[in-house]
Ligand binder design. Structure first.
Ligand code: ADP
Ligand code: MG
Length: 245
C-alpha cells in the first residue's frame, strides 16, 4: 500500500520524458499596466525546476514571487516568454485545457488557507476530487489517506473554525494533493503562522516531496524556512538574482 497512483490522469504528460524538468520557464515576463504606468513584475525569468525537488522562491515583498507562481500554475498569462509544466506548454494552452491542468496537475496552497468554512475538513479535501468526478469510494479512501498524511487523522469532521491556523493549513495541503498533482505551488504558506508552526508546515511539505514524489515550489520570505529547501531561487525586482539555471 505504498505507491498506488494510477498512470492516468495524474501521470506525466505523454510528451514529457521522465528526465525532463517539471517546470521550465523561458524569458518569462509579466507587465501590469496601471494608471501610474507599467509595472514590470517579472522580467526575463528563465528557470528549470527538476522533478521531486522542493524549491524555495525567496525575495522581498513586491519582488515577483506571487506573479511567478501564478504564471507557473496558469492562474495568469505571461506578457512574454513561456511556461512548460510536466511537458505541457501551459502558456500556450486554451482556457478549456487550463481548467483541466489546474484541477489535475497542480495543487495550490495560499497564505490564507482558503478553506470553505461551511464544509468539514474532510469535505474540503473532497472538493477537488468531486470536480474531476472521482467516485465516492475512492474519494473516501483518499481523504482518509491524506488526512493521515498531514497528521489530522480523526479530525475530518471538524470545521475550519474548530482548527488552529496550522491545522487549517494542513487541511489545505491535503486538499491541494487530492488529485495527485505533479506540482505543488505554495504562496507564503506560513505567512499567517507563528514561526514554530510555520516551520512544521514547511517540514510537512518537505516530507511530502519525499513520500509522494511531488515537486514543490514555495514562495517565502522567511529565512528560517530556507534550509528545508533543496534549492533557493532569489528574486529581486522581478529578476532571478540567485539560484536560477
Ligand atoms: P511578491 O509576491 O513577491 O510580494 P508580486 O508578484 O505580488 O510580489 O508583485 C510584484 C510586483 O507587481 C509588485 O510591484 C506589485 O505591486 C506588482 N503587481 C502585482 N500584481 C499586480 C496587479 N494586479 N496590478 C498591478 N501591479 C501588480
Ligand atoms: Mg506575494
Amino acid at each position: 500500500m505504498t505507491d498506488v497512483r494510477p498512470a492516468m490522469p495524474s501521470g506525466p504528460a505523454a510528451d514529457a520524458a521522465p528526465s525532463a524538468p517539471m517546470v521550465e520557464t523561458t524569458e518569462l515576463a509579466r507587465d501590469y499596466r496601471t494608471q501610474g504606468g507599467t509595472v514590470h513584475a517579472l522580467r526575463d525569468v528563465t528557470l528549470r525546476v527538476g522533478r521531486g525537488q522542493l524549491v524555495a522562491i525567496r525575495g522581498r515583498s513586491g519582488s515577483g514571487k506571487t506573479t511567478l507562481l501564478s504564471l507557473v500554475g496558469a492562474l495568469d498569462r505571461p506578457t512574454r516568454g513561456s511556461v512548460v509544466v510536466d511537458g505541457l506548454p501551459v502558456s500556450e494552452l486554451a482556457e478549456s485545457a487550463l481548467v483541466d491542468f489546474r484541477r489535475r496537475r497542480v495543487g495550490f496552497v495560499f497564505q490564507t488557507f482558503g478553506l470553505l468554512p461551511i464544509l468539514s475538513a474532510a469535505e474540503n479535501v473532497e472538493v477537488p476530487m468531486r470536480l474531476v468526478q472521482t467516485g465516492p469510494r475512492e474519494r473516501d479512501e483518499r481523504i482518509r489517506e491524506l488526512l493521515d498524511l498531514v497528521g489530522l487523522g480523526g479530525r475530518g469532521e471538524h470545521r475550519p473554525y474548530e482548527l488552529s491556523g496550522g491545522e487549517q493549513q494542513r487541511v489545505a495541503i491535503a486538499r491541494a494533493l487530492a488529485n495527485r498533482p505533479a506540482l505543488l505551488l505554495a504562496d507564503e504558506p506560513t505567512g499567517q503562522l507563528d514561526s514554530l508552526t510555520g516551520r512544521s508546515i514547511m517540514a510537512l511539505i518537505s516530507h511530502l516531496v519525499r513520500s509522494e514524489g511531488v515537486t514543490a515550489i514555495v514562495a517565502t520570505h522567511d529565512p528560517m524556512l530556507i534550509d528545508l529547501a533543496d534549492r533557493v531561487v532569489e528574486l529581486r525586482d522581478g529578476q532571478v538574482v540567485d539560484g536560477g539555471g
